[in-house]
Design a protein around this ligand. Structure first.
Ligand code: AMP
Ligand code: ZN
Length: 477
């Protein structure tokens, strides 16, 4: 598997260091608001990376994705809402889990929260190790990382050391590259802010120390194999994570750094809450699009290229998915519900399928060339449709082709998502049952207009009612 490593600015051959198990850390959501589809572009791309490492390269995976549930933004927003921090962030963690499932993200092995006590303790331990190694100083009760003590500070973001102002420091969690300064590890308690005291004085962690500490605690120490996130995290977040982890342990923090380019919206600006141009997964569904189409859009552009999101791109994705599903439905018809035995096999077609499987895997192994892999898959769709038209595809071939598509979908995860959507009514079952009860009551009082309105509403949402002597039954359209 070849992967582009931001640290070396090169594609490199990737294999895990220990036990054929990829130890991977992904910077998760800062839970001060519901995640938007820009965030999920990164999460979907990294889900495809996880699946590729698992199903194409054949490695085991141990992946950690954190929730940043204490930082400048979560504190500011929970305060504005008048809700305690932990309670405030709970709702966005729940929303993340819902959206992640909706988009078919494979669950990762661990979702730590920064404010869990064992994590806060590991942050304090890392700060103490940095103090012991001479990388810190204290000012007004806050502890800072002194970047001049680490000669290779800036190696990930390729900072120009000339521009760094020695001695100047910054308290904000997020700042620009030309503001490279000593950054805060532990912020002294400010009025109204949550505070913890586990050995370095009362205060709260800076954003960057959270990830360094949780990554090393949960992935069995340095070096981890892959650290990933969106491109905006290269500086300062990941640069500072390296400084902390390497300053504390003296070892390489992460062997590979993977960064996903941004999703842009409208006039080509980054989708971000601070710009007010955000849509959530739920917003997209409310416009009548399906999550499988959104997942397809989010993965269809190479992860190192910017993705310009438009509503039209969702329509195109829907078309592409229909082509795929249509082809699979025709194959099911050929297999005739049997196990694919019997009938004539066409060796040329089997060869063709084998070539497509190999090409698909090759594209994916080439720094996750998903657009290339999709091209291979749709070329096979075209070929299979032609063979079906010409009567040159029998039940044994259908089984071979279907297995190939199942293999593609282990990486892409769109068809499985589509099938799950089809099997799940858009209306929750208890709501359907409640509405059937209301309709029955309307009919009993001879309010047929109300009864019909209920039925029409359900039909519009894909649920069909059938009145039988045994009562009303429902099914999906
Ligand atoms: P945050 O909640 O800001 O910490 O971001 C969570 C993840 O989403 C990080 O990996 C970010 O780099 C990523 N991200 C934020 N905005 C975008 C965007 N517009 N496109 C792609 N990824 C993004
Ligand atoms: Zn992080």
């Amino acid at each position: 598997m070849r992967l582009y490593n931001t640290l070396t600015r090169q594609e490199e051959e990737f294999a895990p260091l220990r036990d054929e198990t990829v130890r991977m850390y992904t910077c998760g959501l800062t839970v001060y608001a519901r995640g938007h589809i820009g965030n999920f572009r990164t999460f979907v791309a990294l889900d495809v990376l996880r699946r590729a490492l698992e199903y194409v390269a054949g490695f085991r995976i141990r992946q950690v994705m954190n929730f940043t549930d204490v930082d400048d933004r979560t504190i500011a927003e929970s305060r504005a809402a008048g809700v305690p921090l932990r309670e405030y962030t709970d709702q966005y963690i729940a929303a993340f889990r819902e959206d992640a499932a909706t988009l078919g993200l494979e669950p990762v092995e661990d979702y730590p929260r920064a404010t869990d006590e064992e994590n806060l303790r590991s942050m304090v331990e890392m700060i103490q190790a940095l103090e012991a190694n001479g990388h810190t100083y204290t000012s007004d009760g806050s502890i800072y990382f002194k970047i001049a003590t680490l000669p290779d500070y800036g190696k990930l973001a390729r900072l120009d050391h000339e521009g760094i102002k020695p001695g100047a420091r910054i308290d904000a969690d997020r700042y620009a590259k030309d503001d490279a300064r000593d950054f805060v590890l532990w912020k002294a308690t400010a009025s109204d802010e949550p505070t913890w005291d586990f050995g370095v004085g009362p205060g709260r962690p800076g954003w960057h120390i959270e990830c360094s500490a949780m990554a090393l605690r949960l992935l069995d120490g340095a070096p981890i194999d892959i650290h990933a996130g969106g491109v905006d995290l290269v500086f300062p977040h990941h640069e500072n994570e390296i400084a902390q982890a390497e300053g504390a342990t003296g070892e390489t923090f992460s062997r590979f750094w993977v960064h996903v380019e941004h999703l842009l919206f409208g006039e080509g600006v980054k989708m971000s809450k601070s710009l007010g141009n955000v849509f959530s997964v739920q917003d997209v569904l409310e416009r009548g699009y399906r999550a499988s189409a959104l997942r397809y859009v989010l993965l269809s552009v190479h992860y190192r290229k910017q993705l310009r999101f438009t509503w039209g791109s969702l329509d195109q994705a829907e078309e592409a998915l229909k082509r795929l599903i249509g082809c699979l439905a025709r194959l099911e018809g050929i297999a005739g519900g049997a196990d694919g035995q019997g009938g004539q096999a066409h060796p040329a077609l089997a060869d063709r399928v084998e070539t497509a499987r190999r090409d698909f895997a090759e594209k994916i192994e080439q720094d996750l060339n998903v657009p290339g892999a999709l091209g291979v898959m749709f070329e096979l769709v075209r070929h299979v449709n032609t063979a079906l038209d010409d009567g040159e595809l029998g039940p044994p071939d259908a089984a071979v082709v279907k297995t190939a598509f199942d293999g593609f979908d282990q990486v892409l995860g769109v068809m499985a998502l589509r099938r799950a959507e089809d099997a799940t009514p858009a209306v929750p079952v208890d709501e359907i049952e409640r509405l059937i009860g209301e309709r029955r009551a309307a009919r009993a009082r001879r309010d047929f207009a109300a009864a019909d309105a209920i039925r029409d509403d359900l039909v519009a949402r894909g649920v069909i009612l059938e009145d039988t002597p045994a009562g009303t039954r429902w099914s999906l359209k």
